[in-house]
Ligand binder design. Structure first.
Ligand code: ZN
Length: 243
């Protein structure tokens, strides 16, 4: 199952997690000024809501602009930064449930363009890759179910039938066509499809991932993180068809 952090549910990562940016920058694919949703149940520990706009000379905590920190019931702390001035809907000490609106995406602090800067503090000193929190369960079927929810009602029936046929098709392919090769990165522990492909010496370019997506029934691939998660899950399970 994937967890949405934007109400518009069309999240795209514009800046990945790495040693210099231990966070994810996330926007709506249509760049809309959408609401930010809590990733998990937890208690609000910090709210800053008075910063009026961007400040590229800001330092320290001011770089976050308006931000909310939530100590989650799973022990991790989530930090949501650069939120729109006066948009924050939660207050310090408040208990919030997963999926509730905490504020609106914005461009306050040291931000260029409206985006959510998301950090997950696994402990005081460890900022882990937030992709782990967005992809809460590594389970191919659940990803498929979640996708179906987004499909217009008129197509639900067809899509459900289609989904049920997938395991059958896979069996047929593997028994009747011995040339189908599957990629496998079951030792890969992190959240990036690009790094996972690199780790097994496979081309990780966008154009090759687009071909992989096509071969693996991931529709209209444009590199959204849900599509990448779906591909990564297949890869970790050794079920990603090679092209
Ligand atoms: Zn950032």
């Amino acid at each position: 199952m994937v967890t949405h952090v934007l109400e518009s549910m069309n999240e795209i990562i514009t800046n990945e997690y790495d040693t210099n940016h231990k966070a994810l920058d996330i926007v709506a694919s249509d760049r809309s000024e959408t609401n930010i949703l809590a990733l998990e149940n937890g208690t609000v520990t910090t709210v800053v809501n008075h910063i009026k706009g961007p400040n590229h000379k800001s330092k320290g905590l001011d770089t976050y602009g308006n931000y909310v920190k939530i100590k989650q019931n799973n022990g991790k702390t989530a930090l949501y930064a650069h939120m729109k001035y006066d948009s924050i809907k939660v207050s310090k000490g408040q208990y919030v449930e997963k999926g509730s609106v905490i504020g609106t995406i914005g461009e306050t602090g040291n931000a260029y363009g409206k985006h959510l800067h998301l950090e997950i503090h696994a402990s005081d000193n460890i900022k882990e890759n937030p992709i782990i929190s967005l992809n809460t369960q590594v389970n191919e079927n659940r990803v498929t179910e979640k996708q179906n929810e987004n499909i217009p009602t008129s197509q639900n029936l067809n899509q459900n039938n289609h989904t049920k046929q997938i395991p059958k098709q896979e069996e047929n392919i593997s028994s009747s066509n011995t040339q189908t090769e599957y990629l496998n990165a079951n030792n890969y522990k992190h959240g990036s499809i690009v790094d996972a492909l690199k780790s097994i010496g496979i081309n990780s370019s966008y154009s090759y991932r687009k071909k992989l997506a096509q071969a693996n029934n991931i529709k209209n691939y444009h590199g959204s993180y849900f599509q990448n998660i779906q591909m990564l899950n297949l890869l970790k399970q050794g079920k990603l068809k090679k092209v």
